[in-house]
Design a protein around this ligand. Structure first.
Ligand code: HEM
Length: 425
């Protein structure tokens, strides 16, 4: 994973080093921060919908995973780095697109080697390809840091980084804080290669962890809903009733933000218990990630098995379909997550898509928020037909649907007679 996320990534850190990283980035996932990013998510959803509309107009099916990856890249870059990379602009010099492609190709390459380590040796260029992609990724992340530092120096420190809670600002302000006493003049601040490696490792980590997994969840969830029309209807009715017809109409037409409707979205989404259950049931059936960790404590054991100083791999897919823990383990039943009773029945060690304990996923609420907004938009705007009912769950580095959960979309307009389109609720 190091070529992808960097040697100093918080994912690889242990002990006090990890704890201080986690503490530093926690504010970037607080409820207040998340409430504030709803606007951005809706804005990016509008771009996502435009692209789905283009597929529809061209009469081609939509690769939902690919479309959702563009969406989640767009969102994570805006929310975590405060930039707009417009991954839809396909010109050769688009740095955002280059970064997205380098990340995608490197994930694919490392995934192949993970599935079959021999491939590393059969492909004489494997090492070189990995190095080249990793360098490209590193270079673009360094540019990102330098751009932000230059902006900070240009405003002579007036741009108050301490007020900003996005990942890049948190990272940079922590480095600057450590230099405050030694270098007072903002223009004189210099970043060492060590500082730079530390920052780019975290940026790559959040970029990688923050998009693929959420995109996979959106693609599978929509695919599952299309296969279960009753669940789809229930989710759709709940969204319209909780968020209101105006929200649905405005968000999918692209003017949700100008109408100021997004300010209440965060709270209203909390009422969408069924949509939340759909997201969780999707994560149970198709967990995008597993956990592979080193157990440093030499006394660690599980049921008498000595785990200390070994690598422990937890297969969430197997655990979350274990018939001893789940009724109808292979069926899509969002209802199992509903209400106090439902939640009580779920064994806390049987549902682990975000892992558990202090090293669980820092971005879990952010991921659920983004997935629910994307799903709400998709189910209100389209009817869809699944292209392949036998979609396959396969592992790249994260786990993805092999066929991209392809769907044929069709609009749910009910009134074509006026200029103003209205939607069938
Ligand atoms: C549905 C979406 C997601 C899933 C299923 C998921 C899953 C996970 C899992 C299973 C872990 C633990 C890995 C391990 O133990 O080795 C983890 C850790 C992590 N995730 Fe996520 N994740 C998701 C979304 C996100 C998002 C949106 C972000 C950031 C924006 C993020 C950032 C991280 C980070 C930084 C860690 C490492 C935490 C630490 O070591 O303290 N994840 N995630």
């Amino acid at each position: 994973m190091f070529p992808l996320i960097g040697r100093k990534s918080m994912v690889a850190a242990e002990g006090s080093e990890w704890a201080s990283q986690r503490k530093l980035y926690n504010p970037g996932f607080s409820p207040d921060f998340l409430r504030g990013v709803v606007d951005t998510i809706i804005q990016k959803c509008n771009r996502f919908i435009d692209k789905c509309d283009e597929d529809l107009a061209a009469g081609v099916s939509t690769d939902m995973l690919d479309r959702a990856i563009d969406l989640t890249v767009d969102v994570i870059v805006a929310v975590a780095f405060g930039e707009d990379w417009n991954v839809y602009d396909t010109s050769d010099d688009n740095e955002g697109l280059q970064t997205r492609n380098a990340m995608r190709d490197l994930t694919e390459l490392l995934g192949i080697a993970q599935r079959n380590p021999l491939k590393r040796y059969f492909d004489p260029l494997h090492k070189w390809k990995t190095w080249r992609l990793s360098k490209a990724l590193e270079r673009n992340m360094q540019k990102l840091v330098k751009r932000r530092l230059a902006k900070f120096q240009l405003t002579e420190g007036k741009e108050d980084l301490k007020q900003q809670k996005d990942i890049l600002s948190l990272s940079l302000s922590s480095v600057l804080r450590s230099k405050e006493t030694s270098q007072q003049a903002v223009g004189a601040i210099s970043i060492t290669s060590d500082d730079m490696e530390n920052m780019t490792s975290q940026l790559k980590t959040f970029y990688f962890a923050g998009h693929d997994t959420t995109a996979t969840t959106i693609a599978w969830a929509y695919w599952l809903l299309l296969q279960h029309p009753e669940s789809l209807t229930r989710a759709r009715e709940e969204v319209v009733s909780a968020l209101g017809k105006d929200w649905v109409q405005a968000a999918i037409e692209g003017n949700g933000i100008s109408n100021g409707l997004s300010s209440t979205t965060f709270e209203k989404l909390q009422q969408c218990e069924y949509l939340d259950a759909v997201a969780r049931e999707t994560l149970r059936l198709y967990p995008p990630a597993a956990s592979t960790r080193y157990a440093p404590d030499s006394n660690a054991n599980a049921d008498g098995w000595r785990l200390g100083e070994s690598i422990v791999h937890l297969n969430f897919y197997a655990i979350q379909r274990d018939p001893d823990l789940w009724e109808k383990p292979n069926e899509f039943v969002p209802e199992r997550f509903l209400g106090e009773d439902g939640r009580k029945r779920i064994s806390s060690s049987g549902f682990l898509p975000f892992s558990k304990g202090s090293r669980d996923c820092i971005g879990k609420y952010f991921a659920l928020l983004e997935a629910k907004i994307a799903l709400a938009t998709l189910i209100c705007r389209y009817d869809g037909k699944i292209v392949d009912e036998n979609e396959v769950y396969t592992t790249r580095l994260t786990s993805i649907p092999r066929g991209g959960c392809a769907v044929k979309l069709c609009l749910r307009f009910c009134n074509h007679s006026s200029d103003e389109q209205t939607f069938a609720f």
